[in-house]
Design a protein around this ligand. Structure first.
Ligand SMILES: NC(=O)C1=CN([C@@H]2O[C@H](COP(=O)(O)OP(=O)(O)OC[C@H]3O[C@@H](n4cnc5c(N)ncnc54)[C@H](O)[C@@H]3O)[C@@H](O)[C@H]2O)C=CC1
Ligand SMILES: O=C([O-])CC(=O)C(=O)O
Length: 326
């Protein structure tokens, strides 16, 4: 079953498929359409949900002043020839759970979604959102056989946005004047970098004392869990959808924004055969370049600790690689 508008002005429009029409997926579809970036295909396994959400979003077009089509479907044929595919399908955590507790249940969903999507959109750029993020991105890469510059994970943009928010709240300044940088895995071991976080070019280390910075770093590391604990019914989705939309926009419009994303590393930062958060230029080819920041020994060790934890989780999913394309 699919809802597809029949009388539309014919014009070429980029197409983004969002797999998983839950809280993150549907909010992302809304952001993409209302920013007038692309047509959106919203896919879910539950019948009726993506169709209903798509129709609801279509009915807002006259008021939101955009002309993008939103199609809701349960069928991968409707996702054909997408420019970007975003995978948000999977379980969110509940209070008391870590993202890693989602590993085995979401691995199956992500591998299945990625395998089906690549058959219809072999030339797309893929952005993975499902948790635990760094492992899911690795599994999707394995399942699709994509070149590593065309697949990445979203987490660093969100973690950096949280750090940005807490810095701005502490200093009482405008968040858009704050640039924050968080590297590494999307979990407790993430590596916020105060030395590379600034207010209009001034490092926060010049503006805040060490104890305050450490408090903001800890709140950032705990940013997802803080919201899970408050909501009790699922995890954050407004800022995650905005963060994914920023990446999709940079890709579709070849903006070459420098953003922290989970990228495949081949020797950068001394790391190999792993996806984790590093600064990258995002453009129409996907990851156009991984940028290597100079890190202190302490920062490098923290990044290395992230990758050790990611590798352990990848090992736990090894049997799923049987029959994978790579
Ligand atoms: N990387 C990041 O920074 C973030 C990651 N997340 C993760 O994103 C995922 C989605 O979160 P929410 O949207 O809040 O969850 P949700 O429960 O609202 O939505 C998930 C959707 O996936 C669908 N789904 C399940 N299996 C599927 C399949 N095989 N094919 C297609 N659709 C399928 C479900 O029917 C549901 O509609 C979770 O794993 C969550 O942890 C959430 C926020 C930030
Ligand atoms: O906390 C979660 O489970 C969802 C997520 O990744 C985030 O909001 O950072």
């Amino acid at each position: 079953m699919s809802y597809s508008p029949s009388s539309e002005i014919l014009c070429h429009s980029p197409r983004v498929t969002v797999i998983g029409a839950g809280r993150v997926g549907s909010t992302l579809a809304q952001r993409i359409a209302e920013k007038n970036l692309a047509d959106v295909v919203l896919l879910d396994i539950i019948e009726g949900i993506p169709q209903g959400l798509a129709l609801d979003l279509m009915e807002a077009r006259g008021m939101e002043l955009h002309h993008r089509k939103i199609i809701g479907t349960n069928n991968y044929t409707d996702t054909s020839n997408s420019d970007v595919v975003v995978i948000t399908a999977g379980f969110p955590r509940k209070p008391g759970m870590s993202r890693d507790d989602l590993l085995l249940m979401n691995a199956k969903i992500v591998v299945e979604s990625a395998t089906k999507a690549i058959a219809y959109s072999p030339n797309a750029i893929y952005v993975i959102v499902t948790n635990p993020l760094d492992v899911m991105t690795y599994l999707a890469w394995k399942a699709t056989g994509l070149p590593c510059d065309r697949i990445m994970g979203m987490a660093g943009v969100l973690d950096s946005a949280r750090f940005q928010t807490f810095i701005a709240m502490e200093l009482g300044v405008c968040p858009s004047d704050v640039n924050a940088m968080v590297l590494g895995s999307h979990g407790d071991l993430m590596v916020p970098l105060p030395r590379y976080s600034t207010v209009n070019g001034i490092p926060i280390t010049e503006l805040l004392d060490e104890a305050t910075i450490e408090r903001l770093v800890e709140r950032t590391r705990n940013g997802g869990a803080e919201i899970v604990q408050l909501m009790q019914t699922g995890s954050a989705f407004f800022a995650p959808a905005s963060s994914t939309c920023v990446m999709v926009e940079s890709i579709l419009q070849n903006q070459l924004r420098l953003l922290p994303v989970a990228a495949y590393l081949q020797g950068e930062y001394g790391l190999n055969d792993i996806f984790t958060g590093v600064p990258c230029y995002l453009g129409s080819g996907g990851i156009e370049k991984v940028v290597e920041l100079s890190l202190t020994d302490e920062e490098s060790s923290a990044l290395e600790r992230c990758t050790q934890a990611i590798r352990k989780n990848i090992e736990k999913t090894q049997e799923m690689f049987a029959g994978a394309r790579r």
